[in-house]
Design a protein around this ligand. Sequence first.
Ligand code: NAD
Ligand code: DAU
Length: 350
Amino acid sequence: MKNLLVTGGCGFIGLNFIRYLFDETDFDGRIINFDALTYAANPMSLQDIATTYGDRYVFIKGDIQDRDAVASVFKTYAVDSVCHFAAESHVDRSIARPDEFIQTNIIGTYNLLQAARDQGDQLIRFHHISTDEVYGSLGAEGLFKETTSYKPNSPYSASKASSDHLVRAYNKTYGLPVTTSNCSNNYGPYQFPEKLIPLIMLNALNGQPLPIYGDGKQVRDWLYVRDHCTAIWSIMQNGNDGEVYNVGGRNEMQNINVVHLMCKALDEMADALPDGAPRDSLVIYVKDRPGHDRRYAIDCSKIERELGWAPKESFETGLAKTIHWYLDNAEWVRQVRTGDYQRWIEEHYA
Ligand code: NAD
Ligand code: DAU
């Protein structure tokens, strides 16, 4: 892989993946980061990478909905491999306004698949990043396997399911060398504070309410983002064409317990609130998310067995690292909270 196209590389997982490849692997090629710079993107988080790696890192502001722009980047940079993160990723936004989810997650993926096909034999890997949400919701027992049938419940998960099917079809029909990973909930550095963990963290640090949807007993299977990155790279290098790999942390937790754990850790690690109250006192129960999936849990035995991958972090160690990162990166937090990161984007990429 000499010319690796990373879509959505300015988002949370994409930028962690780019940092991981440059800083911690023997990857010696070029990364072309193609990102539309939506509200969820933060190219400032890669400024040091751009400076350090020079020509080996190229950033292009572009939209995967734009078929010509996608085709052009494949040809201009002789793209031989793709890691496709770009998506609208937040379930609540998909419920309020599904349109962008259909356009980006489905049509955008289709545009990439077409351009990848046009590369012919030059294209050696198309890795598609997907989610466990395509499988729907579990009851109290059981785990999602690669063979679990698809039952998406939100516009977001339905759009991701649709993209997964297109990716599969391009392998079966045209022989495109695709792999897909379906991963559980990620957390870690640089996550946009609309998702549960960074939202709770920043609200708890600032003495603001901590909203729990419904009864708070929904279960998610949390994976530290760096462990997701190691899984992706392992699949891209050693996965078999046409295969799907489930990736998860074996860290099932109820939302309310995640929040309690975070409050306790923040009470110990951060300054006390002005009134001295424990952060747990900020919890409020709010209206539930429509169609809220009750439980996700991943069986990741296939990637463990076939590729020798395993997550390094437990929830406790990953959460401690994450809290430290947010406490140590007050300027990043300020820019995201005030919207300054968007003003920076407007100035640099008008
Ligand atoms: P994110 O919302 O943080 O980032 C998405 C990135 O994609 C942003 O930089 C955005 O600008 C870019 N983007 C959006 N629309 C685009 C378009 N039309 N053209 C080009 N770029 C566009 O998302 P994330 O949390 O980093 O998720 C990345 C991928 O991983 C997504 O495909 C998501 O479905 C999948 N995933 C996420 C999680 C999770 O817990 N966050 C878990 C499993 C799978
Ligand atoms: O499972 C993988 C998926 O995880 C990814 O595909 C998605 O891109 C990612 O956004 C995430 O989806 P979730 O909906 O599970 O994540 P979110 O952080 O939005 O919510 C986690 C849980 O916390 C969920 O049960 C809803 C609940 N929640 C969320 C928020 C933002 C709350 O109770 N309060 C909140 O304020």
